[in-house]
Design a protein around this ligand. Structure first.
Ligand code: UDP
Length: 319
């Protein structure tokens, strides 16, 4: 019998890292998650507690670490919502820089493949629309979002350097707005905010005039894209996201429809450097990976509704 392969998932207690861990276990990998629980949560891994082949190590990867022999490193550790990365600005820069070096060192040591979660924020407030992987971006290097944007751009640079200098076999995914169960209710992102507000009958807080756009991908589609990219041989960044673009006002209206809420829509100031438009060009993922998302926004919000209802009820009961 061939021994099972072992994957390391940094940030595996987070929203995306935990769904990725589920997929890897589902495909027969052993999985070790390393997470310092800064923004990740044990609750996201609770269902894996008694799973054979699953381990959790609470550790900050900004310090050098070694979780034993692994065949694949999935580097997902980082605060990822604008509210989280602005609260934890220094930690975000550290995990994108030091954490990425340390995760790459593990891959290098064991001859493992390396997969890094990068982001559409690499494109900043884009002047090219939709965004192709070849676009170098329009990022304010000293603005409030730079702690995340520049950390992720730097982490792509380190990844490419380990590929060139140390021959580590690397993949880079650029993730566009993703939503679904296990998002934190208070991470400040638009979908959990609107869901929470709609279910509580509170005003939905649209920032600016709501004309800025985002393209929302349901989590199962997103993770399916990760798995395909992980198995491919593509070394350069690949956009994985849903190209159906909505204004934030349309997103608010969709949340009202799906929840059946009578909440009103209110307006608040637009945060500095908030990108005006964002939509992935996914031609590369379509051609290279045969991947495209299947779940539209309305369906995905309906699939997420139970989770948001249940989590909100638990939170209310604790108060
Ligand atoms: N947004 C909003 N109301 C909220 C939260 C976010 O109007 O309660 C807007 C935000 O200004 C941005 C978009 O929704 O234009 C997406 O924000 P999010 O924080 O989800 O992620 P981003 O795409 O900016 O990283």
């Amino acid at each position: 019998m061939t021994p099972q392969k072992r994957a390391l998932v940094t940030g595996g207690a987070g929203f995306l890292g935990s769904h990725l861990s589920d997929s890897l276990l589902g495909e027969g990998w052993r999985v070790v998650v390393v997470d310092n629980l800064l923004t990740g949560r044990r609750a996201n891994l609770e269902h894996l507690r008694n799973e054979a082949g699953f381990e959790f190590i609470e550790k900050d990867i900004c310090q050098p670490f070694d979780a034993g022999h692994v065949d694949y490193v999935f580097h997902f550790a980082s605060p990822a919502s604008p509210v989280d990365y602005m609260v934890h600005g220094i930690a975000t820069l550290q995990v994108g820089s030091l954490g990425t070096f340390h995760a790459l060192d593990v891959a290098h040591k064991y001859g493992a493949k390396f997969f890094i979660s990068s982001t559409s924020e690499c494109y900043g407030d884009p002047l090219e629309h939709p965004q192709k992987e070849t676009y170098w971006g329009h990022v304010n290097p000293i603005g409030p979002r730079s702690v995340y944007d520049e950390a992720k751009r730097f982490s792509e640079a380190v990844t490419m350097a380990y590929r060139r200098y140390h021959k580590v076999d690397t993949r880079i995914v650029r993730i566009f707005n993703t939503y679904g169960p296990r998002m934190q209710l208070n991470d400040g992102r638009v979908v959990p905010n609107f869901m929470k507000q709609a279910l509580r009958g509170e005003e939905l807080t649209v920032y600016g005039d709501g004309s800025q756009t985002r393209s929302f991908c349901y989590v199962s589609d997103e993770v399916n894209g990760f798995m395909r990219l992980a198995k491919s041989n593509e070394p350069l960044p690949v956009n994985i996201g849903n190209p159906n673009e909505f204004t934030i006002l349309e997103c608010a209206q969709m949340v009202l429809k799906v929840t059946g809420s009578k909440s009103r829509i209110g307006y608040q100031p637009l945060p500095q450097d908030d990108p005006k438009q964002r939509r992935p060009d996914i031609s590369k993922a379509r051609e290279l990976l045969g991947w495209e998302p299947k779940i539209d926004l309305e369906t995905g919000l309906r699939l997420s509704l139970d989770y948001f209802r249940k989590t909100l009820a638990e939170e209310t009961a604790l108060k």
